[in-house]
Design a protein around this ligand. Structure first.
Ligand SMILES: Nc1nc2c(c(=O)[nH]1)N[C@H]1C(S)=C(S)[C@@H](COP(=O)(O)OP(=O)(O)OC[C@H]3O[C@@H](n4cnc5c(=O)[nH]c(N)nc54)[C@H](O)[C@@H]3O)O[C@H]1N2
Ligand SMILES: Nc1nc2c(c(=O)[nH]1)N[C@H]1C(S)=C(S)[C@@H](COP(=O)(O)OP(=O)(O)OC[C@H]3O[C@@H](n4cnc5c(=O)[nH]c(N)nc54)[C@H](O)[C@@H]3O)O[C@H]1N2
Ligand SMILES: [Mo]
Length: 758
């Protein structure tokens, strides 16, 4: 699979020496202090601490170093020696800091003390913890609870998340959007609709048994590199991997295991995908339609010629609903339409479909390339259709495995961070805490933004994250943000969201996960749930970055105590003193998932919270697994038009979401800048542009709003026609707030309509 010579690309494999250099380049030689090495050695191991980077599972038998380039970066980022102290804030006004780049803000180092925004001097000034809690509590008490939003970025532990959600409900709202609303909400809604499960069904052992893996829109090499080890082993025992992605992502092409001395010396990379298709952005519905068309054709032939079914007809009969309708739709869709919408040929799709037919056990994988489209739920439905045809759900070695983002994003939803009350066991909450939780649905991320714009949302409390940077419609949102009465940010490092302040604003610094969390009852453990629904304990051992830091759990409890009237069932101080008591509450609220929680939290490889769909119990409307009849062949929400491109917003391997570690997108060969617009040489020529030309992008959403990003260098890159690539979060001003997935309202960041302005 040779790269095209006239495009920017990376010649090496993923992993290998490049990944080690990647770490060294950012942190210099000093990073390898004995303490940092000791911390990394404990990363993702039983009894150690769980990586703050991605959510990929932590195996029972870890590698000597069970972390990747990005996990190491994320940990070292937290372990930095730099400190962002009250002195720093005395030197810089907030207005001045608004002019800094994201990278420079985080370079200021770890936040050390609680700070209050002083409007008169336009500076952050230090404040005592108790004073901050009292002031926040007083503000919240004066507001209608429904006008407050409690946001969580997917890092905080299960214990903290449980209490954060409880705090919201005791106070009186379900306004609990989560980073998941911008991420895998399409899974929580779309996968649940068809399988009853809002999360993946696979376990790690399935990857040892499967015969084929179909990959849609997930960039393993950059975003969950530890997963490459699993894929490499699968390929080496003969599993076939078929990938659909507009970008030829290195990690899915070849991989050198940095932990394998022989591979490192010989640079004999493992080929990961046997077939790689550069589908159009949003073209996956059509691509899967083509594969299904082929599977159905083979079934017909096999039945007529040999009276033997290719399809698992018993499974379809017993366990599914909607088969005939779906088949009707597939049969009435022509190959011309499929080729047009997918950008792939019939021959290619038949070859991919044949891999499916030849495989006994199949796993489907997907990521943001699927979820961040207007019709993302239908793409998930199509992938599930494909799997259902041969009973590849609820069986060993088969299933569906969305790859989650933040290290505990899935877990936060599990323990009650949800704007949807029907997903939370209110009966248990009522019994345990003796209160009436609010029955009204709360706001998700997009609705929170709408409420901030229309003035109905007046307070925003953020448990981590960088909301204003991560959401769409940046310009309008930043302007609206300052109209809120109260903004509170719980964070480890300074970012843009801390500089766009409400009337009253607090910045509360917390411990990082690698740090020792000492409370009255001794050093504390926290827990997370990974992408494969495994629950792990995590113990930080490092000395905290500052003596003034509090744990996230203690900060949540501190605010809650000063907001809410005391109640005998609510024991904030006890819970802060011993997180084991919070785990007891989690177990009492979710007895099936968290049985013997405290006793099992250090199970090597984690303990499985269970999955009904895995056992072929379908919690759907029909009580069966649902075949989806798609209403569209494209995931994109606006029609094509002369001069309109579909923009994919991309992540580099040198960033974690809005945290930019450096300007090297090594695996794509883009170095030294993120201000680029990637286009195929053919599209560059067709648009009359020149390589290296500096252009602007404007949104092309036909809604009368002008959105523009300037200063982007035209860079030749191997991409399908009609599509351009550019970086997240820099391009977020171009995404209209209303441009989101239909069912889940996940912003559709992978098919944004834009024009190029020379
Ligand atoms: N290093 C690093 N690791 C991370 C993160 C990070 O920013 N940096 N972020 C974390 C988080 S929160 C998340 S959610 C995950 C995100 O991890 P991923 O799910 O991998 O997300 P992206 O990198 O945004 O995009 C995934 C892939 O989708 C492809 N794609 C775009 N459009 C389409 C399409 O229409 N069809 C198909 N088939 N493919 C498409 C893109 O080319 C890209 O390769 O990673 C987590 N891990
Ligand atoms: N255009 C476009 N937009 C996107 C995406 C995209 O692909 N394209 N992806 C979306 C996705 S998948 C996601 S998940 C969101 C991400 O949105 P968020 O989760 O809100 O953003 P992050 O960049 O992950 O948050 C980084 C900040 O978290 C804080 N932090 C780090 N560690 C800790 C900790 O341990 N505790 C606390 N309290 N704070 C901590 C630091 O201050 C850091 O600056 O963005 C979404 N936006
Ligand atoms: Mo994410």
């Amino acid at each position: 699979m040779a790269e095209k010579d006239d495009t920017v690309h990376y010649d090496g494999p993923s992993g290998g020496w490049g990944s080690l250099k990647g770490v060294a380049r950012i942190f210099g030689k000093e990073w390898a202090t004995p303490m940092a090495l000791e911390t990394l050695r404990r990363q993702n191991k039983p009894g150690g601490f769980m990586c703050v980077s991605c959510a990929w599972t932590k195996p029972e038998h870890p590698h000597p170093a069970e972390f990747c380039e990005n996990g190491a970066k994320a940990t070292l980022w937290e372990l930095t020696e730099r400190r962002c102290t009250p002195d720093f804030f005395a030197k810089h006004t907030v207005t001045e800091l608004q002019g800094w780049k994201d990278y420079d803000l985080e370079q200021a180092g770890r936040l050390t003390q609680p700070m209050r925004y002083d409007r008169a001097s336009d500076k952050y000034v230090s404040v005592e913890w108790n004073e901050a809690f009292q002031a926040i509590g007083a503000e919240l008490k004066a507001l209608d609870p429904k006008s407050a939003v409690f946001y969580a970025s997917g890092r905080a532990s299960l214990e903290t998340s449980y209490l954060f959600a409880l705090y919201a409900r005791l106070y009186g709202h379900n306004n609990l959007p989560d980073s998941s609303n911008m991420c895998h909400e399409t899974t929580s809604v779309g996968l649940k609709k068809v399988t009853g499960s809002p999360v993946g069904t696979c376990q790690l052992k399935d990857f040892d048994l499967c015969d084929a893996i179909f990959f849609f829109g997930q960039n393993t090499g950059s975003n969950s590199p530890r997963f490459l080890h699993t894929l490499k082993s699968a390929v080496e025992r003969g599993c076939r991997i078929v990938t659909f992605n507009p970008v030829r992502e290195k990690g899915l092409i070849s991989f050198v295991d940095p932990q394998n001395p022989v591979q490192m010396v010989t640079q004999n990379a493992t080929e990961i995908s046997c077939l790689y298709y550069q589908v159009k952005p949003g073209g996956d519905i059509a691509a899967i339609m083509g594969m299904i068309k082929h599977v159905l054709a083979v079934e017909d032939r096999q039945w007529t010629e040999q009276e033997h079914h290719l399809l698992d007809v018993d499974f379809i009969e017993q366990h599914t609903h909607g088969f005939d309708l779906m088949v009707g739709k597939v049969k009435s869709t022509t190959w011309e339409e499929i080729e047009q919408e997918s950008g792939l040929t019939r021959t290619d799709l038949e070859a991919a479909g044949q891999v499916y037919c030849d495989a006994e056990k199949v796993i489907g994988i997907y990521g943001m390339g699927v979820t961040q489209h207007v019709y993302g739920s239908q793409t998930i439905g199509m992938l599930v259709n494909l799997l259902l045809l041969r009973g590849n759900l609820g069986r060993e070695g088969a299933g569906i495995s969305p790859v989650r983002g933040h290290s505990n994003v899935q877990g936060q939803r599990t323990v009650g961070i949800s704007e949807k009350p029907e997903l939370v066991p209110y009966d248990y909450l009522k019994k345990i805490f003796e209160f009436d939780p609010p029955p009204e649905k709360g706001v998700n991320t997009v609705e929170a933004c709408e409420g901030i714009i229309d003035g109905s949302i007046k307070a925003f409390v953020s448990l981590g994250g960088n909301f204003v940077r991560a959401i769409p419609e940046r310009e309008q949102m930043e302007a609206a943000w300052t109209k809120m009465r109260l903004t509170v940010q719980i964070a480890t490092k300074l970012n843009r969201s801390h500089l766009i302040n409400g009337e009253i604003a607090y910045l509360l610094p917390c411990l990082g996960r690698s740090e020792e969390d000492m409370q009255e009852g001794g050093a504390q453990t926290v827990t997370m749930e990974d992408s494969l629904s495994m629950i792990h304990g995590s113990v930080g051992k490092r000395k905290p970055a500052s003596e003034h830091l509090l744990s996230e759990l203690a900060i949540v409890a501190g605010m809650a105590k000063s907001t809410l009237a005391p109640k005998p069932t609510i024991k904030w101080d006890e819970w802060v003193g011993d997180y084991g008591k919070v785990r007891d509450l989690i177990e009492a609220t979710y007895p099936d998932k968290f049985k013997d929680f405290n006793a099992r939290m250090f199970t090597p490889g984690g303990f499985f919270k269970g999955n009904k769909a895995r056992e072929r119990i379908w919690s759907t409307d029909s009580g069966k697994a649902e075949f989806t009849t798609p209403t569209t062949l494209t995931g994109v929400g606006v029609p094509d038009k002369e001069g309109r491109y579909r923009m994919i917003t991309m992540r580099s391997n040198d960033q974690f979401n809005t945290t930019i570690y450096g300007l090297s997108d090594r695996l794509r060969g883009i170095e030294g800048t993120r201000d680029v617009v990637l286009m195929s040489p053919k599209e560059i020529a067709a648009a009359g542009l020149a390589v290296g030309q500096v252009v602007s992008l404007v949104s092309d959403a036909d809604d009368g709003v002008h959105r523009q990003v300037d200063g982007l260098t035209v860079t030749p890159f191997d991409l399908p026609d009609g599509c351009i690539g550019a970086y997240y979060p820099e391009m977020n001003p171009l995404i209209p707030l209303w441009y989101h997935e239909k069912l889940s309202k996940t912003p559709a960041a992978k098919g944004v309509p834009v024009r190029v302005l020379p």
